[in-house]
Design a binder for this molecule. Structure first.
Ligand SMILES: [Zn+2]
Length: 433
């Protein structure tokens, strides 16, 4: 399949900060094959006129838990620990594969309609999620979020459920769909596991060339408990066991320290900033400008829909650009352009994927926003409008891996009516009645 986009205004997300005007972008198969102002020669299967629209790379949601969409708005008003123990864990205890499938489908529908083309997801029933991802057409780094609550002396990988899952997922899905799915090694958090699992997961990542995905220093109490237990922060504790040796993503990083950032920069560990979720749960505000200054790659995520209530990454874009200005009483500490980088090119770097930019050879993950609508009129500066004025609902087309999977309200890969019926008739009664 080849597609030629004409009359393109595009934020390329290249290093020069180019805004392409009256241009052409061509896609063949899964890749971008032309970007420029001269119309390329040759026949194509489809021409898409982009007049009145703005193209940008698809958004990368670098930390989420898709099936938690089923718990949207459940247990609102609590801090993280109360929310997890009194609301989320009891509901999750009732989940089965069919409910996870429904929740993942619902989350994917919302993300696709609001411009996401790639996610890093951490959740149980991961193989069920993998099948939904393959159907949906977007790319995903998937992980099962390893936990181990047993006595460290009793640990054995053949009896640790998440080690068994890690092996099985890797065998079945690592690289599936021609790279559409990558399996990450993962540890849910320092506070939900212990050294034998860290060691095993680090070795597994090394042996299978996988990145690592971990929740890190999300709350003050979690961070302090690690200091009390080990005399070290979660980043430093895990570093002692080789957890970061293959790089990866550390979600939240709200209480991380300069020593942590030095480790992250050296080992290629990206921070995933989840500003909306951190604010909603009262966890705090991550020191993003300091991390950027220290050379840490910063990506952007929504976290689960249960602690964000929406999958609209444009909300996090706004917060990523706004919060540092408020905290430091200085505008532009993080520029709109830097916020946009977190959701695109930095997200791609964090996930180890050749996407996040509109350039020849990159994966064709592209979205179009309607810039003729009232909330995006007038447009003095495309990036200002994208970061501070746009909503996910302004997305009118989502192309993932060269396929148009969403267009003008119509989903081409998901049966949203069936998904909603499954959520209503099966998953919600199972969890909440
Ligand atoms: Zn999370």
């Amino acid at each position: 399949m080849s597609v030629l986009f004409t009359n393109v205004t595009a934020v390329l997300m290249d290093e020069a900060g180019t805004i392409l005007k009256n241009g052409y972008v061509q896609v063949e198969g899964t890749s971008i094959t032309y970007v420029g102002t001269d119309r390329p020669q040759g026949d194509v299967d489809r021409v898409v006129d982009c007049s009145g629209k703005v193209m940008m790379p698809g958004l990368i949601n670098a930390h989420t838990h898709l099936p938690m969409t089923l718990m949207r708005g459940y247990g609102g008003g609590c801090d993280l620990q109360t929310w997890l123990h009194d609301y989320i864990f009891p509901a999750e205890g009732k989940l089965d594969s069919r409910a996870v499938q429904a929740g993942a489908g619902l989350g994917l529908a919302e993300m696709i309609a609001s411009g996401v083309t790639c996610v890093a997801d951490m959740y149980m029933f991961t193989s069920t999620i993998a099948h939904e991802i393959l159907k949906s057409g977007i790319s995903a780094n998937l992980s099962c979020g390893g936990v181990y609550f047993g006595d460290p002396a009793d640990f054995h990988p053949d009896t640790c459920g998440d080690c068994v899952a890690q092996r099985a997922l890797t065998e079945e899905f690592h690289g599936a769909g021609d790279g559409q799915i990558l399996i990450d090694a993962s540890i849910h958090g320092e506070y939900t596991s212990s050294a034998p699992l860290w060691q095993w997961m680090a070795q597994f990542a090394h042996d299978h060339n996988q990145r690592m995905h971990v929740h890190v220093s999300e709350t003050k109490s979690e961070h302090q408990a690690s200091l009390d237990r080990h005399g070290l922060t979660p980043i430093q504790t895990l570093n002692q066991y080789g957890v970061w040796d293959n790089g990866g993503i550390a979600a939240h990083c709200v209480y991380t320290t300069p020593e942590d950032w030095a480790i992250m920069a050296e080992k290629g560990v990206s921070c995933v900033h989840n500003p909306y979720s951190n604010l909603k749960l009262g966890s705090g505000i991550a020191p993003i400008p300091d991390m950027l200054q220290a050379g840490v790659n910063v990506a952007l995520g929504t976290d689960g829909m249960s602690s964000h209530n929406s999958a609209d990454l444009f909300a996090d874009l706004k917060l990523a650009a706004l919060l540092p200005s408020g905290v430091r009483c200085t505008p532009g500490v993080v520029t709109p352009r830097q916020a946009l980088e977190m959701a695109t090119v930095a997200g791609a770097r964090a996930l180890g994927r050749p996407t996040g930019q509109i350039a020849v050879g990159k994966v064709a993950d592209l979205i179009l926003l309607d810039f003729t609508v009232p909330n995006l009129t007038p447009c003095h500066d495309v990036v200002e409008n994208l970061v501070f004025a746009a909503h996910g609902s302004n997305v009118v087309m989502n192309m993932a891996r060269g396929n148009i999977i969403y267009e003008n309200g119509t989903f081409h890969t998901l049966d949203v009516e069936r998904i909603q019926a499954e959520v209503r008739d099966y998953a919600l009664p199972l969890l909440f009645h």
